[in-house]
Structure formats: C-alpha cells, structure tokens
Design a protein around this ligand. Structure first.
Ligand SMILES: Nc1nc2c(c(=O)[nH]1)N[C@H]1C(S)=C(S)[C@@H](COP(=O)(O)O)O[C@H]1N2
Ligand SMILES: [Mo]
Length: 407
C-alpha cells in the first residue's frame, strides 16, 4: 500500500482533544507540525514534581530542589532533582525490556529480561545519596559552563533492586575486568541515533559493593520515567552521573570505560589543585569517584523570622560520598566559633545522615546559620568555595541560611 501523505486520523483526533475542538482544515496540516494552540506541557505536572522545584533547562530537562524542600528523611519523587544529558526515552516496552552484559571482560555475553532479573536474584533495598557532580556549580568564579545548580541537585531515596555483584557472578567476568560502563536508551540531543548522550559507569571495585544496585523501584514503586524507568544503575556516594538511567546494556571493560562524558573535562577534575581559570592538561585530570563531605540545612527555609527569646531548631542532612560523617557543627558568627549539632548514624551505608541543633540567638538582628560537616578522615567542608576546576564540580562549601530575630 502506498504511504499517504497527510496526518493520520488518530493523530488528528488526539490533537483535537488537546486543543479542545476539532481542527477544521486538519487534513491540510503539514506532518509533524505542532498547532500553536497546543500548550507546552507543564513540566512540574508532567514529572509529578512540586511547583516549588526550580527548572534550569527544558532541552534537556533539568530541575533542582530548594534546600527547604529536601527536609524529608527519604526524598520523595516530587522533590527529587532531574538531570538529563539527552532526551528521555519515549516508548518503553517493559515486557520486552532486556539488560545485556557484554564487553572485553565477560566470559560470555548474557541477556536478562526484567522478570529474570527480578526472580533469579535476591532483592535489596537501600537508601542511597545521589548528588550531581555539578551541584553548587553556580558559585564558581570564573563561572563554569553547564547547569547552574545551586544546592538542590541531591537526593536520598530508597532504591530496590538486585546487587550488581550477584548478577556479575552469574554472568561470569574475567580477572582483567576494571570497569562497568552503562549504555541506555535515552537519545542524543542532536537526534543522531549513532550518538549516546552519556555512557559512564563505575570501577569494578565499586560494582562489587553490596549497595551497588541494578534498581527497578524507587521509594517502593516503579522508578518514575524521568529517573530511569524501568531499570537503572545505582552507585550511591559517587557522582550521580555514574548511576545510569534507562539502562539496557552493561559493558564489562578491561580498560577504564571510555564512553561519552568519561573523558576530557566531563566529570573529571584536576588531580592536584590549580589556580582559578588555569588550563589543565588532559593527563592531569582525574575521574571523580567518592563525592566530598557536605551538608544542607533543610529547616527552616532561608529568610526565617523568629521572635526574640525563641529558640530555633535547625535540621538538615550530611553526607560524605563513600565515607561517614563523624562530626556536625553550626556557627552563627560567620565561622568564628562552632558548636556541635546532634548527628544521627545513617540508616545504611551511603545514606545521608540527619542532624539537628537548638540555637539561641543573643539579641535581635540579622544572623546567618552556617553548617559544617566533617568526615571520618577528619576532612571538613570549606567555609566558602573549594578548589576551582574547569567544569565547576564538587562545590561542598558550607551551606548557610539567613535568620532574622525580631522584637
Ligand atoms: N542514561 C542516562 N543516565 C543518567 C543521565 C543521563 O543523562 N542519561 N544523567 C546522569 C547524571 S549527570 C545525573 S546527576 C543523574 C541524575 O539522576 P536523577 O535525574 O534521577 O536525579 O543521572 C545520571 N544518569
Ligand atoms: Mo550529574
């Protein structure tokens, strides 16, 4: 049959539904043309996000939280940041979805259906901190290109899946394996089908950790589309770019994986500190692995006004990549003196830890509350910006909120 060169009837019907009335000369519509009367979808509704989330980009979709939205111990979807490098995959057929293991270091290529993964291996649930390597980028000077994240590109949801190490044992990997690289079904912004927007992954030692999951659930439900439905790699404590969404292939490599965004300045920082703005040779750049110690005051919202004589109960979370946070302090005098916060242990390894403090303010006026976490190796957050790097990664400066004490 010959292909007819006008808009399909079903398309016209759905366009009419979106417009709220039939298109009178609909048969004349050029194929692929979007009528002006069709509103762009509201991204907050489309992704089930709270309207207080901040949209940074729509091509691709990037959205962050504000500090006070992250007060929950377990981050719900509505407050979880979205970071995409390409286009979210459109048609996902769960029934035919498979995950293939290939690469130089598999003994034999092997493919699993979703059902096989879910039934063959034991399932585990962990709460895992995912922070974008570029979180805090907006503060760097000279400015770094990329999404201008402030503080909200971090989450700590509950992820359920199977251990990557259990599946790797079943697949069989060779002694020379050094890296697991992910491949996914999101498409390149150029729409060039031969290009991948991003293909990163984790060193084999990280892949073998108990908390490294091939996940299919987030907070007890199927992973939301924007966060990697139906299958995603989760490597807590590493930059979240290591946690591939929409994965359909894991390559077990005998070299450090060299997919898009593994090389150059992408997710890499100077191995030793450099002056702001300095050019850094390729061989002097190192891949970001464990994220640095950091914390966030999530209650109250910055700008809080408090009556004189009232105490303020501040709350927040602290995390330190693959390490534990062992000390949490606050300052109300711009870092001259510090007092201890109460700090909880994580619910499991690689989950953020909650802190709180009850603060007394000496008299009315403007204050800032600064928070500072220290990791188990004694490394503390810098008060202001840490070392400059070309793409503005790893800003773990102390978070601060403004508080006014009124009479
Ligand atoms: N397939 C795929 N996986 C991906 C990305 C992507 O663009 N495509 N972005 C990465 C980056 S840079 C980050 S910070 C996290 C963001 O995860 P989230 O959107 O679920 O918060 O996903 C990572 N995994
Ligand atoms: Mo990221």
């Amino acid at each position: 049959m010959q292909r007819r060169n006008f808009v399909k009837k079903t398309t016209l019907t759905s366009l009419a539904t979106l417009l709220g009335s039939p298109i009178v000369f609909g048969q004349q519509l050029p194929i692929g043309y979007q009528p002006l009367g069709i509103q762009e979808p509201d991204p907050f509704k489309m992704f089930n996000k709270d309207a207080q989330m901040v949209l940074l980009n729509d091509k691709p979709w990037n959205m962050e939280a504000q500090a006070h939205l992250l007060n929950d111990k377990v981050t719900p979807n509505k407050f979880m940041f979205i970071r995409n490098n390409g286009n979210i995959p459109k048609e996902i057929d769960v029934d035919s979805w498979t995950l293939t293991f290939d690469g130089e270091s598999v003994t034999q290529e092997k493919t699993f259906t979703l059902k096989e993964l879910k039934t063959k291996f034991k399932q585990y649930t962990y709460q895992l901190t995912l922070e974008c390597g570029g979180n805090g980028r907006s503060e760097f000077d000279p400015p770094a290109k990329g999404n201008q994240w402030t503080v909200g590109a971090v989450s700590c949801a509950k992820w359920t899946g199977v251990r990557l190490k259990d599946v790797l044992e079943d697949v069989g990997i060779k002694e020379d394996a050094v890296y697991v690289g992910y491949h996914a079904t999101d498409t390149h912004l150029s729409n060039d089908p031969t290009k991948e927007p991003i293909s990163r992954g984790v060193p084999i030692e990280k892949a073998m950790q108990e908390e490294t999951l091939i996940a299919f659930q987030m907070n007890g439900e199927a992973i939301p589309l924007a966060h990697g439905f139906p299958l995603r790699l989760i490597a807590g404590g590493f930059p979240a770019s290591a946690s591939g969404k929409w994965i359909d292939r894991l390559s077990i490599r005998n070299i450090v994986h060299d997919g898009p965004k593994m090389t150059g300045t992408a997710y890499r920082v100077p191995c030793t500190p450099v002056a702001p703005g300095e050019k850094v040779a390729d061989e002097d750049m190192c891949i970001i692995e464990s994220m640095p110690v950091k914390s966030l005051i999530t209650y109250p919202k910055t700008g809080a006004i408090l009556q004189k004589g009232k105490k303020l109960n501040v709350k927040g979370h602290a995390w330190a990549g693959e390490l534990r946070v062992t000390q949490m302090e606050y300052s109300i005098d711009f870092g001259s003196t510090w007092k201890a916060c109460q700090l909880q242990q994580p619910v499991n390894r690689l989950a953020w830890q909650h802190f709180s403090a009850t603060i007394d303010f000496p008299k009315e006026g403007y204050y800032e509350v600064w928070a500072r976490a220290t990791d188990e190796r004694g490394k503390a957050q810098p008060m202001l910006l840490p070392g400059w790097n070309p793409k503005g990664y790893l800003n773990n400066a102390c978070h601060r909120i403004a508080v006014k004490i009124s009479s």
